[in-house]
Design a protein around this ligand. Sequence first.
Ligand code: NAD
Ligand code: MG
Length: 387
Amino acid sequence: MKHIVILGATGSIGTNTLDIINRFPDRFQVLGLTAKSSDDKLEKIIRCVKPAVVALSDPKAAAALKRRIASLNVEVLSGEEGVKQVACLPEAELVISAIVGAAGLLPTLSAIKSGKTVALANKEPMVMAGEIIQREAKKRAVPILPIDSEHSAIFQVLNGERHGDIKRIVLTASGGPLLKLSKAMKQKVTKKEALAHPNWKMGPKISIDSATLMNKGLEIIEAKWLFDLPPGKIDVLIHPQSIIHSMVEFIDRSVIAQMGLPDMRVPISYVLNYPERTALPLPSLDLAALGTLSFEAPDFERFPLLTVAYEVLKEGLTLPSVLNAANEVAVSAFLEERICFGDIERVVRQTVDAHLPQKAETIEDVMAADAWARTEGAQVVQQIGSC
Ligand code: NAD
Ligand code: MG
């Protein structure tokens, strides 16, 4: 029996994780879970998996939940401290890190510091503090298993390979729902259009990141830290069908790709069962029925956030943290209809350009840069004005 904690249990990754776990009740037990706030969905999850502990980062929601599930034998914790406590539950062996955004940084780091194996979907902490996270993980020999489909693909391909034999990795990108739109047309894209990802059903933040290609920008930084590779060995390839989830080219020019239908339950099942695999009742990949897989180079002019991400990756220091925070501010502003879709790029670019990079050796350095970027980004949003 593997004892699991799910950080961000009510989200898209959390739900897919529970789907797999509920299929194998003899193999997995959910000890603890967290969410931001309480709703019917959370209560249903609690009644179904019966965790020992639940933490809600919103203290008011935690108090309300406590009353609602008073008859159950479930401890309810609250606030950021409560979430961190669940991340470190002594009996937990595997922590699924699936909070969205920078809010996942401290709980994920706490899990690592308490020696838990971490299955990482929440890429933003790796972007902000990859060096610190890897330092802490190595110190305690804590494995970090990727859930992000591209990184799962590379992780699977690298199984048994020598690091020195990697020529480069190629992260595939569907290109999102706005792949063919001109820059001018993109300015006025609606929330509904930007959220309509062609291949994946995901939370709102990552869906917008996929439409701007910021998601791929965050993923190249995530890949640097997960696989210890320089920016020159991390390439991006547009592949609209999302069948090849990524590939590795080796020094002998052999290229190995990992493929499958786009379904996050596959990489999630992989980390839950790692190093084994388990049979899943999902449809087979039928390449004959699909007929064609297509590829193209990314258009850095139409998707400038990819350029910003490479620049930031090369310069390092506090810049990745600033990039991430500025993007979170811009995406929230767009989702709240305070700026146009095309303005997301402007907020990120202007905030990154205004930053004087500092050393990012401690978590305090990273958090200070994050806070600075949120203030600066909010000012840029205000200057831009409503859409
Ligand atoms: P989501 O918005 O669907 O869910 C987010 C979860 O985090 C929810 O449970 C929510 O309650 C919780 N949360 C939100 N803000 C919080 C806060 N301030 N404090 C504590 N908890 C908070 O997001 P998602 O699509 O499941 O994505 C989660 C992470 O996984 C993201 O970092 C995303 O980039 C990554 N990811 C997602 C997918 C996918 O298919 N959805 C694929 C690859 C990677
Ligand atoms: Mg991905």
